[in-house]
Design a protein around this ligand. Structure first.
Ligand SMILES: C[C@H](O)[C@@H](O)[C@@H](O)[C@H](O)C(=O)O
Ligand SMILES: [Mg+2]
Length: 426
């Protein structure tokens, strides 16, 4: 086994892969009106022939900057053996996040952190392709720096038990909700059609984009609530559109549609603002959800300490890969706040399904108020796409972190030379 684990990383390639989703308004919200779902796509080659695949999710033009950042990190990875990395994964995480010249760009936030996620996701993929891991080993991957005031390594080990048998997940899967019916740029007719289809396929939880125009929001929420009936679940997502007071008054006007949560009501950095919104909306039975642009575990720590969110939305590509997401899962558990991961984008469902299954099996053992986002775009481009059955994520069967793309897809979608882009004025 040790031999197998040596796998020296001899090459890192990163490619700018973009999908023209904005043409059909897929993924559109109150702030991102023309999103082209994209990825900085990383491949790690080893001398043993084993390959690791990782990515981070971005939008369109932003991808080229992330690609540069990944290239800058490559020298810290190439030449290392997998064994060397995972035997001190905490140290390797720090090497990437604390490089004395590059940390000035973050630290642990923004483009450099997205790039870190892409690289580490590929390392996790490589590792997952070689063997199973023990919970204890996983805790040794977490960098506890800056969070020991709420969570120590010893405590983490206590929390991390094998809480649940995997059988239930194998049979029923992990509950999901869909965001695909109600992107902001979809006309009402499309929204109705997609909602009808989703109901037929067994979906019971729906997220609607809001925040650009109150009248539109009222109309769209009314349509959806009428279609899904009183017992199904509705969530709304403003993607950071409002100031604090505006968020409270706007959402109060949508309260009649009984949303479970308002997501990203204001700046993702405004912890006290989210606390104020949480407090104001609690009497209406509406929680606050955020996390897809929460920069790191330290911010999540403070969100939790300040009771500023009622749903933790981890993101497989915004945080520093599995290492940092584990820290957040454990802190959320300690504060008794449910985790409902952000997914969608391109590859995010494929990645985050692993984290939420882990959360259920090893940390929370609880499904109340918990569900994982699902978005029905671009799965066909992956070699092991997610499997959804009756609105549940079915556990992935293939070894690895599930974000290997078809090579033909990468070639066609590579920006700017791929066929998809060559003839498009963008
Ligand atoms: C630009 C993207 O589609 C976002 O709108 C999306 O991630 C969204 O916030 C979500 O919660 O799925
Ligand atoms: Mg969102």
């Amino acid at each position: 086994l040790l031999d197998k684990m040596l796998h020296k990383i001899i090459n890192l390639t990163v490619r700018d892969v973009r999908f023209p989703t904005s043409l059909d308004q897929h993924g559109s919200d109150a702030m991102h009106t023309d999103p082209d779902y994209s990825a900085a796509y990383v491949v790690l080659d080893t001398d043993s022939g084993l390959t690791g695949f990782g990515l981070t999710f971005t939008l369109g033009k932003g991808t080229e900057i992330v690609v540069c950042a990944v290239e800058a990190l490559a020298r810290l990875v190439v030449g290392k053996c997998l064994q060397e990395i995972v035997s001190d994964f905490r140290g390797f995480y720090r090497l990437l996040t604390s490089d004395s010249q590059m940390r000035w760009l973050g630290p642990e936030k923004g483009v450099i952190h997205l790039a870190t996620a892409a690289v580490l996701n590929a390392v996790w993929d490589l590792w997952a392709r070689t063997e199973g891991k023990e919970p204890k080993q996983l805790v040794s991957c977490i960098d506890f720096r800056y969070i020991t005031d709420v969570l120590t390594e010893e405590e983490a080990l206590d929390l991390l038990v094998k809480a649940q048998e995997e059988d239930q997940m194998q049979k029923e899967g992990y509950p999901a909700y869909t965001t695909s019916c109600a992107w902001l740029g979809y006309p009402d007719e499309q929204l109705k059609q997609l909602c009808t289809d989703a109901l037929k396929s067994g979906w019971t939880r729906f997220k609607v984009k809001v925040g650009a125009d109150l009248e539109d929001d009222v109309r769209r929420c009314r349509i959806i609530r009428q279609m899904i009936g009183p017992d199904n679940t509705l969530m709304i997502d403003a993607n950071q559109r409002w100031d604090v007071a505006e968020a409270i008054s706007w959402v109060s006007k949508l309260a009649e549609f009984r949303p479970l949560w308002i997501e990203e009501p204001t700046s993702p950095d405004d912890i006290l603002g989210h606390a104020a919104i949480s407090k104001a909306l609690a009497p209406l039975g509406i929680g606050v959800a955020t996390g897809e642009q929460c920069q790191n575990r330290v911010m999540f720590k403070q969100f939790l300490q300040a009771s500023a969110l009622q749903f933790v939305q981890i993101d497989s590509c915004r945080l520093g890969s599995v290492n940092e997401n584990l820290a957040v899962l454990l802190m959320a558990h300690k504060f008794n706040v449910p985790v409902c991961p952000h997914a969608g984008g391109v590859g995010l469902c494929e990645l985050v399904q692993h984290l939420i299954l882990f959360d259920y099996i090893c940390v929370s053992a609880d499904l109340r108020n918990r569900m994982c986002e699902y978005v029905d775009h671009l799965h066909e481009h992956f070699t092991c796409p997610v499997v959804i059955q009756d609105a549940h994520y079915m556990p992935p069967k293939d070894p690895g972190y599930s974000c290997e793309m078809l090579e033909s897809t990468v070639q066609r979608h590579q920006y700017p030379e791929g066929n998809v882009w060559k003839n498009m004025k963008k």
